[in-house]
Design a protein around this ligand. Structure first.
Ligand SMILES: C[S@@+](CC[C@H](N)C(=O)[O-])C[C@H]1O[C@@H](n2cnc3c(N)ncnc32)[C@H](O)[C@@H]1O
Length: 372
């Protein structure tokens, strides 16, 4: 969507704004885009920690980083320490010649449950989303992260990207592939991916990016943070709220664990942490989504901020639709409407029965002239 019209709309308004506020920043790509291409400081907000790390890696940094230095000081150090751990030899020995995927998974789970490693990934996700070797690599990469900013968040963001690329699951980390007839090949191919190589590639992408004006990344609720930011008519606010009635924290818990560096327990096939550790959003509940949107737009309208809001045109599982979002916006703002063809995630589609991404018609609303 950034390349399909949304990007130029954002740049047009951000060039005149004092701040750009991305209230549901997710992967951080929209925040990165505005902070790299305008002089406007970006404030990225999301309920999830991993999202704040992704945003922070670029929007809070005003200069390039040398990826080769980080590869040497961080990745090489992690690999060196990991190789000295006796678990590394045990992890490598699991994938023996001729072993079935089912046996490999059983052996891996047994090993990862029986002893612990220096980080959260081995015990929580080894034998599920990751092979034992990958899990141990991730744990040492977490352990050896630089302690100072901005290096730390750049490396942690690279690690999050690597983990999402290596995870043995269909698009999101809601359910790992199981060693069944249909999913075994996917599982084995994911378990062969090399975390260090993915981290290196991702660092090389992140390090040259920087914000022209340094901004902020905040973990918190969009409605609450909007009230606290003292927004005004000189602020441009981007609103890309949830459209699903399943909490995002269900799909991103692996990344959340890596961002936090710990997990208090992992349960069931999905290996979810306890519910108290999974941020819950009113925007992802049918019973509250309408009120949450209305509360948010009221705060933005009272501040007289300019808002760019995107939402799928069709009716979504959280009970909102392009038409109902527009109806709420019309009561508080002057609205201009655009439509863009986008690709949206079905959150958990497995590409065989339900595609993980589908074409969708996205509504892009520009809201101005707030009426409180
Ligand atoms: C549709 S996604 C946003 C995608 C994002 N624009 C991107 O480019 O990746 C919705 C995001 O809203 C976040 N979220 C859900 N409820 C929230 C709330 N009340 N306050 C802040 N963020 C919330 C979710 O964690 C998720 O990252």
């Amino acid at each position: 969507m950034l390349r399909n019209g949304l990007g130029s709309m954002l740049l047009h308004d951000a060039k005149k704004a004092n701040r750009f506020v991305d209230l549901f920043s997710g992967s951080g790509v929209v925040s990165w885009f505005v902070s790299q291409n305008t002089e406007c400081p970006t404030i990225a907000v999301d309920l999830q920690n991993y999202s704040a790390v992704m945003a922070q890696a670029v929007v809070c940094r005003g200069h390039v980083l040398d990826s080769s230095v980080l590869i040497e000081n961080w990745i090489s150090q992690a690999v060196q320490e990991r190789d000295l751990d006796p678990l590394w030899g045990m992890a490598l020995a699991l994938d023996r010649q001729g072993i079935t995927t089912r046996q490999l998974v059983t052996d891996t789970r047994r090993l990862c449950e029986s002893v612990s490693s220096p980080g959260p990934v081995w015990s929580a996700y080894g034998g599920h989303y990751f092979s034992a070797a990958q899990a141990l690599s991730f744990d040492y990469l977490i352990k050896c992260l630089p302690s100072l900013e901005p290096e730390r968040s750049a490396c942690l963001a690279a690690l999050l990207v690597a983990a999402s690329q290596c995870a043995a699951s269909p698009g999101h980390t809601a359910q790992p592939f199981q060693p069944t007839a249909t999913a075994s090949d996917h599982l084995r191919s994911a378990w062969k991916r090399d975390p260090e190589a993915h981290c290196r590639r991702s660092l090389v992408d992140i390090c040259p990016r920087f914000a022209n004006s340094e901004g902020q990344a905040i973990v918190g609720d969009a409605v609450r943070i909007s009230s606290e930011l003292d927004l005004s008519s000189s602020d441009l606010v981007f609103v890309d709220p949830p459209y699903s009635d399943v909490q995002y924290s269900r799909f991103y818990h692996v990344l959340e664990t890596i961002a936090r560096g710990h997990i208090s327990g992992a349960e069931g096939i999905g290996r979810y942490p306890p519910r108290v550790d999974r941020p819950q959003s009113d925007f992802s509940k049918r019973s509250t989504s309408h009120q949450a949107l209305s509360d948010l737009l009221k705060v933005l309208s009272q501040a007289d901020a300019t808002v760019i809001l995107t939402f799928p045109a069709n009716e979504c599982s959280n009970g909102l639709s392009g038409a109902s979002v527009r109806e709420v916006a019309d009561t508080m703002f002057t609205v201009s409407e655009h439509k863009i063809v986008g690709r949206f995630s079905t959150l958990g589609g497995n590409n065989s029965r339900r595609a993980s991404r589908q074409d969708s018609l996205e509504l892009v609303l520009r809201l101005s002239g707030g009426r409180g």
